[in-house]
Design a protein around this ligand. Structure first.
Ligand code: DX5
Ligand code: ZN
Length: 220
């Protein structure tokens, strides 16, 4: 019903494999992997070799979130590295339909993400094509920012649109998710919750994941 996807962006990178294993042991459902190129967003995070290493360290689904300018140029390498889900931004370069088709042709699930300043209607033609829609609840680029509750209108719009179309892509939220905000997102239809600092910033990952999950389940 609810999946928690801890974001590896907030982990101790010197202990990458241990951190991934700890998240799996703590009951994390997916591992969210934030890829930033210093161009699409004003930050540089990690790339293909890190996804490859994570693939060896865990069998959790790898939920790769590409915050890069030209996703089409790198999708094949991220697939080869072991991604299970690849989500790119509707604001990035290239034809989103072609990128979705490319991801699918390589046997991986495709997601589309939308940044806070982008009107949700741009997603209309893409909704029937994707497996997942990722609504950003912070400006992409950094962990530890505050949840933007005004993005809930986008979740409502997407939910209504998908109902009209008779489709049901996964609905994911990313940014500022904690036990305080998870319920709000779940009440508006989010079923996959990404959480970075609210998991890795806590001493006990299991407790942190459970608290976020319970808060969400209470509002489904
Ligand atoms: C932001 C990333 C998020 C980030 C979430 O650009 O896409 O996944 O790691 O971190 P928190 O949960 O701390 O907001
Ligand atoms: Zn992310």
């Amino acid at each position: 019903m609810i999946k928690i996807a801890p974001s590896i962006l907030s982990c101790d990178f010197a202990r990458l494999g241990e951190e991934a294993a700890a998240i799996q042991a703590a009951g994390g459902d997916w591992l969210h992997v934030d890829v930033m190129d210093g161009h699409f967003v004003p930050n540089i995070s990690l790339g293909i070799p890190v996804v490859q290493s994570l693939r060896k360290a865990t069998n959790m689904p790898l939920d790769v979130h590409l915050m890069i300018s030209d996703p089409g140029a790198y999708i094949p390498q991220f697939v080869k590295a072991g991604s299970d889900w690849i989500t790119f931004h509707v604001e990035s370069e290239g034809d989103p339909v072609k990128n979705i088709q490319l991801i699918h042709s390589l046997g991986v699930k495709a997601g589309i993400s939308i940044s806070p300043d982008t009107p949700v209607q741009v997603l209309d033609p893409l909704l029937p094509l994707v497996d997942l829609v990722l609504v950003m609840t912070v400006r992409p680029g950094f962990g530890g920012q505050s949840f933007m509750a005004d993005m809930m209108d986008k979740l409502d719009y997407i939910t209504k649109k998908c109902l009209q179309l008779g489709i049901s892509p996964q609905l994911e939220v990313d940014g500022g998710i904690s036990r305080e905000t998870a319920g709000i997102a779940a009440a508006h239809g989010a079923r996959i919750l990404v959480a970075g600092s609210a998991v890795f910033g806590k001493p006990d990952y299991r407790v942190a994941i459970d608290e976020i999950r319970q808060a969400a389940l209470a509002h489904c």
